[in-house]
Ligand binder design. Structure first.
Ligand SMILES: NC(=O)c1ccc[n+]([C@@H]2O[C@H](COP(=O)([O-])OP(=O)(O)OC[C@H]3O[C@@H](n4cnc5c(N)ncnc54)[C@H](O)[C@@H]3O)[C@@H](O)[C@H]2O)c1
Length: 318
């Protein structure tokens, strides 16, 4: 999408300061926006401040911040009053829990309180904006902007319009997220799961099927990605990958391997997500990592992502 609008560095409201909201606060404050962080739970808001400060120091350690951590942190204000949080904003990024009812309620309030020209975006992972913006007078300025966790390390943001989202809102949103260092992709229309979760669902479907059929352990199936496919996928997509895997590109790849790919998919049927099959993978994972270790391992994952982000920053074509 061509971005013609000028870059806006105005105030951004982050509504809901849980896992995703506090991560978005880092993205926009790092890019120079004043950020108003709002949550209905004061304790969550206070806890998010310490959380953000710790992440900013980690980012600085990996040379992923242009400004000093205290400068970025000073741009973030915790605001308990929603009306105050939304005053004069260019964007309100909603991150409350994932139910249609919760989204309808908060979007009604955001549409009433935010300036008329402000963009209202939802971080929803699965819900199309048409399900919670239909009755709003300002529905033309609403869209989904679905991040990947955590957005300050994984830049993809999926911009998905409702049928009534204005074209200029999509362009302004694209400009704003790009200028904040994100990597926006634009859907032409609504679809369940947008792009990322559909691709992930297809991969998970096959991985669970292979495990259920006893073809390999969960550890080895994970290894297929981490020591195989995903090494290339961290800097090129599956289309570019096959384009390079046959001397004459995608068409050549399809002529050589298209029918084999087709046969592999034809033999597949959808994984049921049955409790017993999921439990077998869960138990294998618990032998590798006890539940108590998940937080520590997640922190380790984020440090690896920071190292990868620092590497990709030095190789901008990635
Ligand atoms: N967790 C992920 O990996 C992930 C990734 C991408 C998108 N998302 C989406 O982001 C959204 C938030 O997910 P999360 O994981 O951060 O959830 P979370 O439970 O960690 O945080 C939700 C926060 O919203 C607050 N809240 C709820 N209702 C509110 C209201 N009316 N006003 C103000 N604050 C309110 C809660 O107090 C809570 O702190 C969901 O729509 C989710 O689908 C999550």
């Amino acid at each position: 999408m061509q971005s013609t609008a000028t870059t806006e560095r105005g105030p951004v409201a982050i509504i809901g300061a849980g896992l995703i909201g506090r991560a978005w606060a880092i993205v926009f404050a790092r890019a120079g926006h004043p950020v108003r962080l709002h949550d209905m739970d004061r304790h969550t808001m206070q806890a998010s401040h310490a959380y953000i400060e710790a992440r900013l120091h980690e980012l600085a350690d990996f040379d992923l911040l242009t400004d000093a951590p205290h400068t970025v942190l000073a741009r973030i204000t915790c605001v308990p009053d929603l009306a105050v949080a939304l005053r004069g904003v260019v964007l309100a990024q909603e991150n409350v829990r994932e139910t249609v009812e919760a989204k309808i309620e908060i979007f009604q309030r955001m549409d009433t309180l935010a300036p008329k020209e402000a963009i209202l975006a939802s971080s929803t992972s699965w819900l199309p904006a048409s399900e919670f913006t239909n009755d709003l007078p300002g529905r033309a300025r609403c869209l989904v902007a679905h991040p990947t966790n955590p957005p300050y390390l994984i830049p993809l943001v999926e911009l998905c319009p409702a049928p009534w989202t204005a074209a200029d809102v999509m362009i302004r949103a694209h400009t704003l997220y790009s200028a904040a260092g994100q990597s926006p992709v634009v859907l032409s229309r609504e679809i369940h799961g947008f792009l990322l979760n559909r691709v992930q669902a297809a991969v998970l479907n096959e991985c669970f099927k292979l495990h259920e059929d006893g073809l390999a352990s969960a550890e080895d199936i994970d290894r297929v990605l981490k020591d195989g496919l995903a090494l290339r996928w961290s800097f090129m997509g599956p289309f570019e990958t096959i384009d390079l895997n046959a001397p004459a590109g995608v068409a050549d790849y399809a002529a050589r391997y298209g029918q084999q790919n087709r046969a592999a998919v034809d033999s597949e049927h959808a994984f049921s997500w049955s409790e017993s099959a999921v439990d077998r993978v869960h138990q294998e994972r618990r032998r590798a990592l006890e539940l108590e270790g998940i937080a520590l391992r997640s922190a380790w994952r984020d440090k690896r992502l920071m190292a990868l982000a620092a590497h990709k920053r030095q190789a901008p074509d990635c």
